[in-house]
Design a binder for this molecule. Structure first.
Ligand code: MG
Ligand code: ZN
Length: 220
């Protein structure tokens, strides 16, 4: 019985997500779902990307957070549209939450929408939010073993971003093993080594994303 109920919930999410996807397509919006642990640097990465991309691309953000609006306030200070979703403890975003958020965004005036998922390496990967691309963020302080331990988080993603590389000398993060595991799981993922605190590597990621946004506009 429980399995049947679980199945129904997933189907409902899929239907809403399909609608969201159509809505985003109609408006020519390229959508990214950023996933990663709490403290990996999702919001810090967003701030850096907004800095770089804002002059050229019309951006908006959906901020997933368990209880607070701390991250949304950080994004709001950059003067781009942001909608906060408080999941009140739920550990991932789903289609219904995204539908609610899309209803509150100026869709006619957005080219790139970035969704910051709840900090969690498990279930966010199981919920399609209608995104065009997923980006998984890992920081060197978490250890390279997370790729093999949480494979769904690093499979089928457009990019894997390794943050805090400035701390590599102070950790026992094994870069070789990290690349080996990624190659085994998801050879197509682009990998970017960055440091949000030092600002390094972000330009390459921003340039790559700019190309992606332009590609979708040309297809339209
Ligand atoms: Mg955050
Ligand atoms: Zn969850």
């Amino acid at each position: 019985m429980e399995i049947t109920i679980g199945q129904r919930i997933l189907d409902a999410n899929d239907q809403i997500t399909l609608r969201n996807k159509q809505l985003l397509r109609e408006h020519g919006i390229f959508t990214i779902n950023i996933m990663g642990s709490p403290g990996a640097g999702k919001t810090a990465l967003l701030e850096k990307l907004i800095d770089k991309l804002k002059p050229e691309i019309k951006m908006a953000v959906i901020e997933g957070d368990l209880f607070t609006d701390k991250d949304a306030q950080r994004i709001e200070s950059q003067k781009i549209p942001v909608v906060q979703i408080n999941t009140k403890g739920a550990c991932h975003l789903d289609g219904q939450m995204i539908e609610w958020a899309l209803d509150r965004l100026p869709l006619n005036n957005i080219e790139l929408l970035i969704i910051e998922n709840i900090g969690n390496l498990v279930c966010p990967a199981e919920f399609d939010l209608g995104e065009d691309m997923r980006i998984s963020l890992l920081s060197v302080t978490e250890g390279e073993d997370k790729v093999a331990k949480y494979p769904t988080m690093f499979t089928g993603v457009g990019a894997i971003v390794l943050n805090k590389v400035d701390l590599l000398p102070y950790t026992n993060f094994k870069l070789d093993d990290f690349y080996k595991d990624i190659k085994f799981l998801d050879a197509d993922a682009k990998v970017f080594e960055i440091s949000c605190s030092q600002g390094s590597g972000v330009d390459a990621l921003a340039d790559w994303l700019t190309h992606k946004v332009k590609e979708i506009k040309e297809v339209k």
